[in-house]
Design a protein around this ligand. Structure first.
Ligand code: HEM
Length: 522
């Protein structure tokens, strides 16, 4: 006790010493805080995901292969399922496991609810006024909800039954006319899907001849747009160089956008004219009419003409190539395993009847056909790296720190080939989807092991339409025709990476009529 009071009286009586002690204490606290911050920073750096060494400036860019999905999958074998690499000046994270994807969706869905944009995407989305590239916001939610409510739900899609039936029948007529000739299967499916999609969007606006001309121009535009969206553009790898547009990608995309804008403006103007015409209300409303009514009645002026054009661009580009490529891959894999064609045709004959044509109402009963489509989406997911995302805040995935703003690739292709989940993952075995079919729906009820349409808030908006058209076109192709390869040609199943995973060589085949084609004459 005596010692404590001695110390206290020393402290009270020695003014200079007291000041020195206070100063010393203050310095110690500052050093401690700085030290703690330093240690934390080092710790944070240490907990970034592992990845391959990169060159100064270029990063890992010179070592990436053209088949980026396979290249990422190979690297993940060494560095793990959450991997980081610098590509140019962008910090990129590559996620290759269902566990990490689940963690993103379950724990950080809002943080990852933005799609990363590229210079080309910003142009073609009318300045991110569409749905796919619009930042996550109340406006994005409103637009997406309107699309689902007014177009992309089972009830509305069923109301377009006659249109779907007409377009699929016209595909059969076209194939029938070309009996014995070589046809490009993907192109045939593409034209059918494009006619269905544009019919639903603005079917009541154009006369048949004009619709045909617009269809031709759109086909060319979609081809060009999808190609440019998949180009590795220096403007995205080094954003400081964006203004130089070294490869001319932005210039070409601007030309496409202007053509598309002119086309859409023409259709919209014609629709505005017919909207007042009497009797029009009696027809099934097309989506353009619904959107124009929304625009007129919007009390807060939230919706703009650029939103309508952006959304139409999304639906036409995101909905056509992906669906037709699925049909092409499925038929190619089936031709490689002819017993799957026989099994599918047996199912079709028992559900549809040998002499009848497939109708939409048959689709829910075609379980083997559904397994075929799912197996094709597993093996060749049309968008193999999904649409890249970026986190709006630094967060942790798989125990690693994921920096805010990094570009996140989710390698669905690799997740779909995980050998611990899928037996013989590289083989086309549709039967694997027959067991407990519901377990493998498209909405994540499969522990994120099957995610061809993505997941979370940004999951694909067009699943009901894609599901319907994939099955309807494929079922009709199989039920109404026999398929064989041209003489002296070999089937190849080589993939070509792009924003959409195409076949390196398009599937060309010869169709010959089966008994249901007799219906064409009736
Ligand atoms: C087999 C066909 C299709 C596949 C495989 C597919 C796949 C995808 C994928 C992977 C995404 C990104 C999801 C994510 O980030 O998690 C996506 C987004 C999107 N898809 Fe699809 N898609 C298909 C058909 C369609 C169709 C038919 C439409 C429209 C009618 C459509 C419209 C969209 C839109 C608008 C988005 C952006 C959604 C948003 O950002 O909120 N897709 N799709």
């Amino acid at each position: 006790m005596g010692k404590v009071s001695d110390a206290l009286s020393w402290y009270q009586n020695r003014e200079p010493d007291r000041m020195a002690l206070n100063f010393f204490f203050l310095i110690s606290v500052v050093i401690f805080i700085v030290y703690r911050k330093g240690v934390k920073r080092i710790k944070d750096t240490q907990s970034l995901p592992p990845g391959p060494r990169a060159l100064p400036v270029l990063g890992y860019l010179p070592f990436l292969r053209l088949d980026l999905h396979c290249c990422f999958a190979d690297l993940a074998q060494t560095f793990g399922s959450v991997m980081m690499m610098r590509i140019g000046s962008r910090q990129c994270i590559i996620v290759s496991s269902s566990e990490a994807a689940r963690e993103m969706c379950r724990d950080h869905d809002v943080t990852f609810a933005n799609h990363d944009t590229t210079a080309a995407a910003r142009i073609i989305s009318f300045g991110m006024q569409d749905i796919g590239f619009q930042p996550y916001s109340p406006k994005w939610r409103t637009l997406r909800k309107a699309c689902v409510r007014e177009l992309l739900n089972t009830k509305i899609l069923d109301s377009f039954h006659a249109l779907h039936q007409r377009e699929v029948r016209s595909m059969v007529e076209e194939l029938h006319r070309k009996t014995g000739e070589v046809v490009d299967v993907g192109q045939v499916a593409f034209v059918t899907v494009l006619n269905v999609v544009t019919g639903m969007l603005w079917g009541n606006s154009l006369a048949a001849e004009e619709q045909k001309r617009v269809g031709g121009e759109l086909r060319e535009l979609v081809d060009g747009i999808v190609h440019l969206l998949g180009v590795t553009n220096m403007s995205d790898i080094f954003p400081v160089l964006e203004w130089m547009d070294l490869q001319g990608v932005q210039r070409k995309m601007k030309e496409h956008k202007e053509r598309l804008d002119r086309l859409l403006s023409m259709i919209i103007e014609q629709r505005k004219g017919t909207l007042e015409a009497s009797g029009d209300q009696e027809k099934t409303k097309d989506f353009l009419q619904v959107m124009l009514e929304m625009l007129k009645e919007d009390p807060h002026q939230l919706l703009t003409m650029d939103n309508i054009k952006g959304i139409f661009t999304d639906i036409v580009t995101a909905g056509t190539d992906t669906t037709s490529i699925t049909v092409e891959w499925t038929l190619a894999e089936m031709m490689n395993r002819p017993e799957t064609i026989r099994k599918a045709q047996e199912e079709l004959e028992s559900v549809v009847g040998k002499e009848e044509m497939v109708d939409e109402t048959h689709l829910p009963k075609l379980h083997y056909l559904e397994a075929l489509v799912k197996e094709s989406l597993r093996l060749h997911p049309p968008i193999p790296l999904l649409l890249p995302r970026y986190p709006t805040a630094t967060c942790s995935i798989g125990g690693y720190m994921i920096p805010k703003g990094a570009k996140i690739f989710i390698n669905a292709w690799a997740i779909h080939r995980n050998p611990t989940v899928w037996e013989n993952p590289s083989e086309f075995i549709p039967e694997r989807f027959l067991e407990r079919m519901n377990r493998w729906d498209y909405y994540g009820s499969n522990n994120f092991n099957f995610i061809p349409f993505g997941f979370g808030r940004r999951i694909c908006m067009g699943i009901p339409l894609a599901e319907k058209m994939n099955k309807f076109i494929l079922a009709t192709m199989l039920h109404s025709f026999e398929w064989r390869l041209p003489d002296n040609s070999k089937l190849d199943l080589v993939e070509k990476f792009g924003i959409v995973l195409k076949k390196e060589k398009p599937l060309v085949a010869i169709a010959t009529a089966r008994p249901s084609c007799a219906k064409l004459n009736k």
